[in-house]
Design a binder for this molecule. Structure first.
Ligand SMILES: [Cu+2]
Length: 139
């Protein structure tokens, strides 16, 4: 194959990769894993997968008011525990950070075992304090 030919193939391949990646990003709709209520707030757990993944994963939390609009609740803390039969509960890591969009939070999880986990949230901000709890089957 000539050098010129080789380049042409690389350009074609790069274009295909760009289209494939761009398409995926544009159409990927996060799945609503669970929605819980706390007072007038809806708290929604979203993921690009069908479940929270065992080990390290990244999911999204959204706080929505009665009107359905995103609502900033300030600082959010989370604790993940897995009840273990006859043993102390297992703890996981859940790190919740505010994003540039008020009311939407990026959540980094590190849950060491597949199975049923409880994720307890606590927040405090301009509209007061609150708590909520999610139940998730980690896969
Ligand atoms: Cu466990």
């Amino acid at each position: 194959m000539s050098l010129k030919h080789g380049w042409r193939w690389m350009v074609a391949l790069a274009a295909i990769v760009a289209i494939a990646c761009g398409g995926e990003k544009g159409t990927a709709t996060p799945t609503e894993l669970q929605r819980v209520k706390a007072g007038t707030l809806d708290i929604v757990l979203l993921s690009s997968d069908e479940a929270v993944q065992q080990g390290k994963d990244a999911v999204v939390l959204e706080f929505r008011g009665a009107d359905g609009a995103l609502k900033d609740v300030g600082i959010v803390r989370a604790v993940a525990t897995m009840p273990m039969a006859g043993m102390a509960p297992m703890f996981g890591v859940v790190d919740v950070r505010q994003t540039d969009t008020p009311g939407r939070y990026a959540v980094a999880t590190d849950l060491g075992m597949a199975g049923g986990w409880q994720i307890s949230l606590e927040w405090e901000g301009p509209s007061g304090r609150g708590t909520a709890r999610f139940q998730q089957t980690v896969r």
